[in-house]
Ligand binder design. Structure first.
Ligand code: BES
Ligand code: ZN
Length: 626
């Protein structure tokens, strides 16, 4: 009682002492509280909050000739709130029939909503336990890329791969397609004889006679982590729990390049706790793969553009591996919370890289990331530069910018710098452990940060300026910067070159990809044709086998109209499908009438080689489609 009175007195006094300031603080807190409470997934038409989607049993056939997947998906469900209808997501699927507990029912398929596809409504009873949907995929399946034999290395067999993140799983499986909805799965996949099928699950290592493969994923995952690849794929082990898959003709090169992934998994475990998914394998896909890498559980999908011949681009694998904690274990609740997946993973990727390659190396990744952050902040509308995004009514792809990656990872770096590395590492390990196989919103993460790390420390809270980072635009003033130890040397070599020192006299022998990128990125936009030619004569940049360097060089070539690079550039554009390379390159071409003509000619010729998702984004850039 006495304590209560004392407490009351304290509150009254505190109020009197602070007057206006207190009122303002209350407004801020209220605003932050209401922002933190905002967590609805606006990109699923399903009602999985009412009907639990426990397990998926998939039985599908893959027909590369028809470019179609067909079969049945059986969902084990629990009608938690006794609703009359189960709603699922579909996109361009033909639904042949639906059975509930073995009895055929009448279903309703809505007309499509832009980006989201068509809701499938299925009548269910209070105690319904299983729903079977038999279906076929359509021509516009956004997740699927079908390669004809001539688009593969050996030119003999077709190839198929999926890309389900963010909301494309619904274009090959009728499902509740939200990152906050987890389920276990099993699958039987029938493919043409002579081909191997792989999924984000326990995988076979060899092609079998029957063409039928069975898969089990007994840890719950969201739909965006559903993945399938089919082709003439070979396997090479790296150690007992890691290995490489690739097109047969690529397997030697790929397994040489990625020989360190076993050590990488060990390094990641030392940082943030056990790897929980059993095996960790990497599938190196054909060059049309639209992204760099995709963290499909147990089997990362990767672009072959990281095969540089010198192991210099494998930090991309560190990134996808890191998602085995941030993303796959602890998952963003909605696409508005995307930074919880990607910002954490970018941070973790750089910690793994630092451990394996040293601090000065990781510092280069941080600085290049910071440069991307600055460029992106200048390119995006202010609201799209908050960490907490607002993608309602939009394609979640709109949120796929450098902001969640770079603003997110720099925010975590700020916390690390402020509380100390040991404390922050313990916090992260605990965070992954306590939220394993769960979903998290931005608000819930910030509350966890308050409770477990900040613990009422007003000074710490002030230093972190959380609201500026999460609910505000641009680059906060306390954004950390990396040491420039290696890049300042690069800067001085660039200055020498620009002041007339011959290119072959530059001290570039020991440079890694990152030093080259920094060297080229910071060349003045007005670089002359003569200077371009001098660099090319000395370093043969036009024929660089390194995709990152080549892409940067081609962008400069287009800008300077350095036509000597155009042959190699066309070769690059004809096969590489990675959006990160294609988009800036086509964008640069579109800036001048001559460039635009070249972009149209090339795009017309090679559009068919790109993944549907790359086609969509390039259609906007080159064909100015809305
Ligand atoms: N999960 C992403 C890829 C993704 C995100 C695909 C959103 C579709 C929608 C993956 O982990 C990723 O970030 N890949 C990067 C590579 C990385 C090193 C930054 C990429 O593809 O460039
Ligand atoms: Zn990622």
């Amino acid at each position: 009682m006495l304590r209560n009175i004392a407490g009351l007195l304290f509150i009254v006094l505190a109020f009197c002492a602070c007057g206006n300031r207190n009122i303002k603080k209350n407004d801020d807190t209220k605003r932050a509280d209401s922002l933190r409470a905002d967590s609805k997934d606006v990109h699923t038409l399903s009602n999985a909050d009412s009907v639990e989607m426990k397990h998926l049993d998939l039985d599908i056939s893959v027909d590369p000739e028809k470019k179609q997947i067909s079969g049945c998906a059986v969902w084990t469900i629990k009608n938690k709130t006794k609703v009359k209808t189960l709603n699922l997501d579909t996109y361009d699927l033909t639904i042949d029939k639906v059975l509930v507990d073995g009895n055929e029912v009448r279903f309703l398929l809505d007309s499509p909503i832009k980006f989201l596809g068509s809701a499938l409504h299925i009548p269910v009873k209070d105690n319904s336990a299983s729903v079977m949907i038999c279906y076929k995929t359509g021509k516009n399946a956004r997740a699927l890329q079908w390669l004809d034999p001539q688009q593969t290395l050996d030119k003999k067999h077709p190839f198929l791969y999926t890309q389900s993140e963010s909301i494309y799983a619904r274009s090959w499986i009728p499902c509740a397609d939200g990152p906050g909805i987890r389920f276990t799965y099993s699958a039987k996949v029938t493919v043409p004889k002579g081909l191997l099928a792989l999924m984000s699950a326990e995988n076979p290592q060899e092609i079998n006679e029957s063409g039928v493969y069975n898969f089990i994923m007994d840890q719950p995952v969201p739909a965006y982590l559903m993945a399938l690849a089919v082709g003439d794929i070979a396997f090479r082990p790296v150690d007992e729990r890691t290995g490489i898959y690739a097109e047969r003709g690529m397997i030697e090169k790929a397994s040489w390049e990625l020989a360190d992934i076993g050590r990488m998994v060990n390094t990641a475990e030392q940082l943030y706790g056990p790897y929980r998914w059993g095996r960790y394998d990497v599938l190196v896909l054909p060059p049309g793969f639209p992204i760099g890498g995709m963290e499909n559980p147990r089997l990362t999908f990767s672009t072959p553009t990281i095969i540089a011949g010198d192991r210099s681009l494998v930090s991309l694998i560190a990134h996808e591996l890191a998602h085995s904690w941030s993303g796959n274990l602890v998952t963003n609740a909605t696409w508005d919370d995307f930074w919880l997946n990607e910002g954490f993973t970018n941070y973790f990727e750089r910690r793994i890289t630092e451990q394996m390659m040293g601090k000065s190396y990781a510092d280069m990744l941080w600085e290049l990331g910071y440069q991307d952050f600055v460029t992106e902040v200048n390119a995006q509308a202010p609201r799209d530069t908050w960490l907490k995004l607002s993608l309602k009514g939009r394609d979640p792809d709109d949120g796929l910018t450098d902001i969640p990656y770079e603003k997110g990872s720099h925010f975590l770096k700020l916390i690390e710098n402020t509380v100390g590395r040991d404390t922050f590492d313990h916090f992260l390990a605990r965070y992954f452990n306590e939220h394993a196989f769960k979903t998290i919103t931005t608000g819930a993460f910030l509350t966890y940060l308050d409770t477990v790390l900040i613990k009422g420390n007003a000074d710490l809270k002030k230093k972190l300026t959380i609201n500026d980072w999460v609910y505000g635009p641009g680059i906060p003033a306390n954004c950390p910067r990396a040491d420039m130890e290696r890049f300042s040397k690069v800067d001085s070599e660039r200055t020498k070159f620009l002041s007339g020192v011959p290119a072959e006299k530059l001290a570039s022998v020991e440079w890694t990809t990152h030093e080259w990128l920094h060297f080229l990125r910071k060349m003045p936009p007005a670089i002359t044709l003569i200077q371009m030619k001098k660099l090319d004569d000395a370093f043969n940049l036009t024929n660089s086998g390194n995709s990152e360097i080549a892409d940067q060089w081609f962008i400069m070539a287009v800008h300077a109209n350095y036509s000597r690079a155009y042959g190699a550039m066309e070769q690059f554009l004809s096969s590489v499908g990675r959006r990160k390379f294609l988009e800036p390159l086509y964008t640069e071409m579109m800036k001048t009438p001559g460039g635009s003509a070249m972009a149209h000619r090339l795009y017309d010729k090679y559009r068919k080689n790109y993944h549907p998702l790359a086609q969509e984004s390039l259609d906007k850039i080159v064909l100015k489609k809305k």
